[in-house]
Design a protein around this ligand. Structure first.
Ligand code: DOR
Ligand code: ZN
Length: 348
């Protein structure tokens, strides 16, 4: 029985991995069912580096959109030390590409072609600052001497803050923040800075990965931190601060690649993200802030209009049942299990 409904503007996902080929076909409907737009991550193999490659990838995504769904992929370029500022400017001005993604080399899945020496991308970053193009940052240092749970905090101090001081007009998205340090950095800053927060980092702490056996489906990067950090993320997502918005970082990997001696980082949340978020916001008595987080703050940061269309979320008196996995020709991809009942769903 329905106990409550909530109407909000159709949400967007400001950080999404769709992959390519059969995986793209399998996962895309899970996003287009609820979301109007998404910032598409460029960490394919090989990565999406040039304007031409972004246009071609965009075409492949459009081909895979289920008929009847309206979806606009907002493309990104993968920054390398060889990125051509002119090509990047053209990509941005053509309207296809909305941002460029900075992966420190070795920080995460398919980041080997990322940046080793940040000095070498200064001309590109200066151009981005000039033309108002957003830099999406995977904010973790890769120094083996730095503990994995400290890599975000150290990145902010050692790389991000000095960079923003050097180029204060550069628009920056701190992607998938996981710590109270990142929250504090955003709230204490001035200038064009926003931060995306994932569904899973609002719902799990590091115990999910490590207590009662090792749980590869909860492993992602940046890795989930202590409970105090999760609480800081929930507080910022449900606050009135417009600089925090949804970026799911939904990252599909085949189960066989997750459950391995060296399992891949990534959690697939597209299927139940809106139900998870409604539950988190409901538990915080902050349902009136859900629309801002999932549908208003992101477009504002990316200087786009919010969607016109609305969706309705429904709360029932029995938990919603989501599929445990989705099927691909190469095997299943496990859907995020939030380890708590979800009473919300999106009305279809
Ligand atoms: O957990 C993650 N998975 N973090 C990332 O930064 C990349 C992503 C992926 O591509 O699988
Ligand atoms: Zn990601």
């Amino acid at each position: 029985m329905t106990v409550q409904t909530l109407k909000i503007k159709r949400p967007d996902d400001w950080h999404l991995h769709l992959r390519d080929g059969e995986m793209l076909e399998a996962v895309l409907p899970e996003t287009t069912r609820h979301f109007a737009r998404a910032i598409i991550m460029p960490n394919l193999v090989p990565p999406v580096v040039t304007n031409e490659e972004a246009k071609a990838y965009r075409e492949r995504i459009m081909q895979a959109v289920p008929s009847g769904d309206n979806f606009e992929p907002l493309m990104t370029l993968y920054l390398t030390e060889d990125t051509d500022p002119d090509d990047l400017e053209q990509a941005f001005k053509s309207g296809t590409v909305h941002a460029a993604k900075l992966y420190p080399a070795g920080a995460t899945t398919n980041s080997e072609n990322g940046v080793r020496n940040f000095e070498n991308i200064m001309p590109v970053l200066e151009r981005m600052a000039e033309i108002g193009m957003t830099l999406c940052v995977h904010g973790e240092v890769t120094d083996p001497a730095i503990d994995i749970f400290d890599r975000e905090k150290v990145f902010i101090e050692a790389v991000l803050d000095p960079l923003r001081q050097r180029l204060p007009q550069l628009r920056v998205t701190m992607e998938h923040i996981t710590t109270s340090d990142a929250v504090d950095y955003v709230t204490g800053s001035t200038g064009p800075l926003g931060a995306s927060i994932t569904t899973h980092h609002l719902m799990i702490n590091r115990n999910a990965i490590l207590v009662g056996g090792i749980k590869p489906h909860y492993y992602c990067l940046p890795v989930a931190k202590r409970e105090e950090h999760r609480l800081a993320l929930v507080k910022s997502a449900t606050s009135k601060d417009e600089r925090f918005f949804l970026g799911t970082d939904s990252a599909p990997h085949l189960d066989k690649a997750k459950i391995d001696v060296c399992g891949c980082a990534g959690i697939f949340t597209s299927t139940n993200t809106m139900a998870c978020l409604a539950q988190v916001f409901d538990d915080e008595n902050a349902l009136d802030r859900l629309e801002a987080f999932s549908s208003l703050n992101g477009p504002k940061h990316y200087q786009l209009d919010a969607n016109e269309e609305m969706i309705t979320l429904v709360k029932r008196d029995i938990p919603t049942v989501f599929p445990a996995s989705i099927t691909t020709p190469d095997g299943p991809v496990t859907v995020f299990d939030p380890m708590t009942p979800l009473y919300w769903d999106v009305e279809s």
